[in-house]
Ligand binder design. Structure first.
Ligand code: NIG
Ligand code: FE
Length: 419
């Protein structure tokens, strides 16, 4: 035996999409996609050691006494999916909002009448941390079974120091005990809570009383804000985000969902990503491009609110790095199926297959500033998913109904049962 005894060779796979050697931003043509036929992957201690032709890896593996995990059916391997924007730590349902929306009220009207986000705030404040952990864990079970191995989760339904901390602690607890990796984000600036009449006073309170604790207890290293008529203005947001950045947080913004001030702020503060962007046009795309901000589009919110998608095609042609995320939340996007939503926006916006897959793997990892995942290459976290097909084109073609049947998290197979 030698020092390679902990190595495991997994394969053969009919095709492996490594998602390496792709442009970091802008359009991707079909022939830029590397398709490794009859490939294998070697892992050790949760990290990828080698990716290559199965036959070549097999020889090495036999000589060096690796372990084997044999794949006996035709399968296509992809990196584990990354959902770069969710709000899945919440209590309650907003089915009543849904009924009002389909009967003709708009999302913003419902919000102005004290429904919408504030309704979820009331229910999340009432929930204990144990209840929140249980609810979040269930949603993580489903996400992981559907191939999402890394998931961002925002606070933002607490809107008091204690309730925001409760949410972030629930996220931390689930992250510790669940196979999925959660990336927490503090969204205390989701809306001005009813206890405050002045947004600036509330934001100042968050900056002084909440964010230092979030930092100190390592509950999140990302800060988000919702810039919109019913939430925060361009000016309030800019000051808040610059101060949060000063405290050492990465910045992300809910931008341009209905009106276009958000992307300007995102560009000005040097946000890692600007998310939503349904209302963005050429000027906004140019600003984001100039500032190197990742554009994260959220088809789930468009589907939930019955509105058009963000202009993802124009964004790619304008040179942006486009990620696709679910925005899974109780209000605008209750579905939370990343693969299905990626397939749908891809069909409508005419995104190439590599553009869509990059948007939920490599480019989604970039939206979270994560450098150790998103593609299959030496040194990357061993998160990958296998689909029961011999042609990668079938994955999006089936519009999300062809699910991965094996999911590996840090090199270990996880039990896939969709709750
Ligand atoms: O990203 N736009 C603001 N926030 C969430 C919705 C949250 C909610 O409605 O509960 C979003 O769509
Ligand atoms: Fe959101």
């Amino acid at each position: 035996m030698n020092h390679h005894e902990n190595f495991t060779l997994i394969g053969p796979f009919t095709q492996i999409l490594t998602m390496t050697n792709l442009p970091e931003a802008g359009a991707i043509t079909d022939d830029e996609l590397d398709v490794l036929e009859d490939g294998g992957i070697v892992v050790c201690d949760g990290v990828i050691k080698m990716v290559g032709k199965y036959n070549v890896l097999l020889k090495v593996a036999q000589e060096e006494h690796h372990n084997f995990e044999k794949i006996t059916e035709p399968m296509v391997l992809l990196p584990g999916l990354v959902d770069a924007h969710t709000h899945i730590c919440f209590a309650g349902s907003r089915a009543n909002d849904y009924a009002m929306r389909v009967a003709g009220k708009s999302y913003l009207e419902i919000a102005r009448n004290g429904g919408g986000i504030l309704d979820s705030v009331r229910k999340t404040r009432e929930a204990t941390i144990v209840e929140l952990v249980g609810l979040l864990k269930k949603r993580c079970d489903r996400h992981l079974a559907e191939g999402v191995t890394t998931c961002e989760v925002k606070s933002g339904y607490g809107l008091t120091v204690d309730d925001e901390l409760k949410m972030l602690e629930a996220i931390k607890l689930v992250n510790k005990h669940h196979e999925i990796d959660l990336v927490p984000t503090c969204l205390a600036a989701h809306m001005r809570p009813p206890e405050y009449s002045d947004s600036n006073v509330y934001l100042q309170h968050v900056l002084e009383e909440l964010l230092p604790q979030v930092k100190e207890q390592e509950l999140a290293n990302r800060v988000d804000i919702f810039i919109e008529d019913t939430a925060f203005t361009e000016r309030e947001s800019l000051e808040y985000l610059l101060a949060a950045k000063e405290l050492g947080f990465d910045i992300t913004v809910h931008a341009d969902q209905f009106s276009t001030d958000g992307s300007k702020v995102a560009a000005e503060v040097g946000a890692v990503s600007a998310d939503h962007l349904e209302a963005s046009g050429e000027a906004e795309i140019a600003l984001l491009k100039e500032a190197g901000v990742v554009a994260t589009v959220l088809p789930g919110a468009s589907l939930g609110l019955g509105m058009h998608y963000a202009p993802a095609r124009k964004m790619l042609d304008g040179g942006l790095c486009v990620a696709i995320a679910t925005d899974w939340n109780p209000g605008s996007a209750p579905m939370g199926d990343l693969l299905l939503q990626a397939a749908l926006i891809g069909a409508s916006e005419k995104l190439t297959i590599p553009e869509t897959i990059a948007a939920i793997t490599t480019r989604a990892a970039k939206a979270l500033n994560l450098k150790d995942r998103g593609c299959l290459a030496k040194g990357q976290v061993a998160d990958f998913i296998a689909f029961p097909t011999s042609n990668y084109k079938e994955i999006l073609y089936f519009q999300g109904k062809l699910k991965p049947t094996i999911v590996w998290k840090r090199g270990e197979k996880v039990q896939v049962t969709i709750p």
